[in-house]
Design a protein around this ligand. Structure first.
Ligand SMILES: [Zn+2]
Length: 118
């Protein structure tokens, strides 16, 4: 038990040390140290899909933020790629394709407007 704790504290100490030393080191152009869960989820997508998902921003069914529930699910409806927040939205997306595409389109507009406002 004691040994375990000693090891854990060494590992923790090393991690803390790394965190401190990386802060004083010159920063790269892009912030690569900390990734949000959303970024992690998006990182799992192909770069091309990732761009599309970023542009859509929100689930085409639930309108929840994409990436908030893990890797966004890609679906192709009427030859158009749409993204869903989770598997649970897939059936609904397929049962109402027109509505899903409309929601995705509205979502893309919302994201574009938010970007333009910045
Ligand atoms: Zn969902």
């Amino acid at each position: 038990m004691i040994k375990w704790w000693a090891m854990a504290s060494v590992v923790l100490g090393a991690m803390l040390f790394q965190a401190c030393s990386s802060e004083s080191a010159p920063k790269p152009a892009a912030e690569t140290t900390k990734k949000s869960p959303r970024e992690e989820a998006f990182a799992k997508l192909d770069p091309a899909d990732r761009e599309l998902a970023e542009a859509q921003g929100y689930c085409a069914v639930s309108e929840a933020e994409l990436g908030s529930m893990g890797m966004p699910i890609k679906l192709v409806i009427n030859d158009q790629p749409v993204f869903l927040c989770c598997k649970g939205c897939e059936a609904e997306a397929k049962s109402e394709p027109e509505k899903t595409l409309a929601t995705a389109e509205a979502s893309r507009k919302k994201v574009a407007e938010a970007k333009a406002a910045k």
